[in-house]
Design a protein around this ligand. Structure first.
Ligand SMILES: C[S@@+](CC[C@H](N)C(=O)[O-])C[C@H]1O[C@@H](n2cnc3c(N)ncnc32)[C@H](O)[C@@H]1O
Length: 365
């Protein structure tokens, strides 16, 4: 449990952050070390046998490299289904490789030391995580330490573990440009699905007095609270744990939502909620949003044609709302072509024609 001030009105809220759950072991797993046969070890992982890395971090890395070789041998990326199946196989098998955690450190030689172990497991001293869970903690710790510089923000954001943060900036640039021209009331705004808070901080930067931020993910609230406190913004940010508008009570001049952009193909949980949307999310959003807008208020949605151009969906949720319902009217639609990454990264074809979109809507009374 972590206590974060509810900012603005200085009350505190108790938040239990999401964290990789320690592995419950029914029996002591076999140990693997540098000298073990890595080919046999990888085969055991594929059969679903738990193995515990027992000497150094590099042993775990070497076994995963061998596992990758065995799973992906002969598989071509162009065969989408076969490649996706191999990825799931690799994912399942790699999670049988375990690491020991003692005294908030991984007890292996020459291993990284992500500070998340101390922050997220104050109640646990001796437990096991999977090797990929540990790698995830370590990579998140590097982002947290280094921070990320976003368009329109002077200060870097240091995203808390398990919080969504954008690594591509086209939609943020679009929003920042839109904010530069926005000349309507700026008393308050609502940021639904705030993630690391980047849109909220952009709005504060452009003169909004107060932002009501919320997310369904508790880690996002800790992330936003930390940034607000570090940069003396706590009197202008209000935090809420909320499924869409569930715990919102006030109307605002502007409601902003950068939703997940891809339709979910299966049940989702955790950080997947930032990328994939479940059926009904947009219906619920549009049904509620009007109740939280001032009479002259505006609604801004950031979206992308990624799902359409990848052939995952021909149903654009904003277009669907505007054609099927009489709740909102389009004021403007801004588009920005997504910058191609360098040739080295070989972006897949469907990303060639990707646009990010900013939909500005008004409520129909
Ligand atoms: C694409 S991310 C955007 C994050 C941030 N606003 C940004 O622009 O970088 C979507 C965010 O919406 C949140 N989210 C997803 N479903 C939600 C729901 N039903 N209610 C509130 N937040 C939700 C996710 O946890 C995630 O933080």
């Amino acid at each position: 449990m972590i206590t974060v001030p509810k900012l603005m009105n200085d009350q505190e809220i108790q938040i239990t952050p999401n964290r990789p759950e320690p592995i419950e072991l029914i029996q002591e797993p076999d140990k693997v070390i540098k000298k073990s046969d890595h080919v046999i070890a990888a085969k055991s992982l594929l059969k679903g046998t738990n193995l515990l890395v027992a000497d150094r971090y590099s042993t775990g890395m070497a076994i995963l490299a061998e596992l990758k070789k065995q799973v992906f041998r002969g598989k071509k990326k162009s065969d989408f289904t076969a490649y996706r199946d191999s990825r799931s196989r690799f994912y399942r098998a790699s999670n049988h490789l375990l690491v020991p955690i003692k005294g908030n450190k991984i007890s292996l030689k020459k291993a990284p030391e992500p500070g998340w172990l101390e922050k997220l497991y104050p109640d646990k001293d001796d437990f096991h995580l999977t090797f990929p869970q540990f790698q995830g903690l370590n990579s998140s710790w590097q982002w947290y330490l280094n921070g990320i510089k976003y368009p329109g923000l002077k200060e870097k954001i240091h995203p808390y573990y398990g919080t969504y943060f954008p690594t591509r900036f086209d939609h943020l640039q679009l929003f920042d440009n839109w904010l530069k021209k926005y000349s309507r009331p700026k008393t308050s705004a609502i940021d639904i699905g705030t993630g690391c808070g980047v849109l909220a901080f952009q709005m504060l930067n452009h003169g909004f007095e107060t932002i009501y931020t919320s997310d369904i993910n508790p880690n996002a609230l800790i992330s936003v609270a930390e940034h607000a406190r570090t940069h003396d913004l706590e009197n202008r940010i209000h935090l809420m744990l909320s499924d869409l508008f569930e715990t919102h009570t006030q109307k605002s001049d502007l409601v902003v939502f950068n939703p997940p952009w891809l339709p979910a193909e299966k049940d989702i949980e955790g950080l997947d909620n930032a990328i994939y949307y479940e059926p009904g999310l947009f219906d619920r959003f549009f049904e509620q949003a009007g109740d939280y807008m001032n009479e002259m208020g505006r609604l801004v949605l950031l979206f992308s044609n990624l799902a359409e151009s990848a052939g995952l969906s021909d149903l654009h949720p904003v277009k669907k709302e505007l054609t099927e319902q009489q709740r909102f009217k389009k004021i403007r639609l801004l588009k920005r072509k997504v910058k191609q990454s360098s040739k080295k990264t070989k972006r897949r074809d469907h990303r060639k024609n990707e646009f990010v979109e900013l939909w500005e809507l008004e409520k129909i009374f």
